[in-house]
Ligand binder design. Sequence first.
Ligand SMILES: [Zn+2]
Length: 236
Amino acid sequence: MKIFNYTKQYLSDLLHLVYPEQCLCCESELPSGGQYLCMICKNELHVTNFEHYGNASALDQLFWGRIKVSSVFSLLYYRENNQSRKILHQLKYSNRPDLAQYMGVLIGDRIKSSEKFKAIDLLIPVPLHEKKRYIRGYNQSEEIAKGIKQQTGIEFSFQFLSRQTHTESQTKKSKFDRWKNVQEVFSVSDVLPENVRHIALVDDVITTGSTLEAAIRMIREKHEVEVSILSIAYAG
Ligand SMILES: [Zn+2]
């Protein structure tokens, strides 16, 4: 068994030599078994620390006057010149479900000891339309949810919320049109597991919050639940 382990380690070291894994941000070579980011870049992640906020964060306030949300969390601040941009770019265009799960692990690590997120019973990834999912190969929000579950033990459901129609390109639309546009595309299951009182929608990046707002509206038409939001980055 020991010899087998040595051989495995040897092979892993050898592979690492041939295909050195690079840090996502600075492209420096990672130590064997290192994950995605070098120590320097990991330490420089622009984390929000929202889990420690006693008062409402700017992100909580984004939904004020629009829809009732219990707590909103983003791990990072999204900025054009920081690591979060590279991370999200990789998730969108480079087929990296492993990276999405890893970001979920980092989110789970942060929220598991926070009072604000203790009551969450179920994670609901924001769905992608089937066509988009097919092109990308996976839904990054589902992978993030898997990572969060790893750290917190909170179950997820991929069936509760789904998309109905493909959204047109939204870049040229006003905020209201965008809201109308996404409002119609969610479909909510009639069934919610019996003991679920507080769900958390899981998403990659929060910008205007319109998609999340539309999803919550549709969920509340059918179910009386508390809703929180968990995400990788906040672009506010
Ligand atoms: Zn680095």
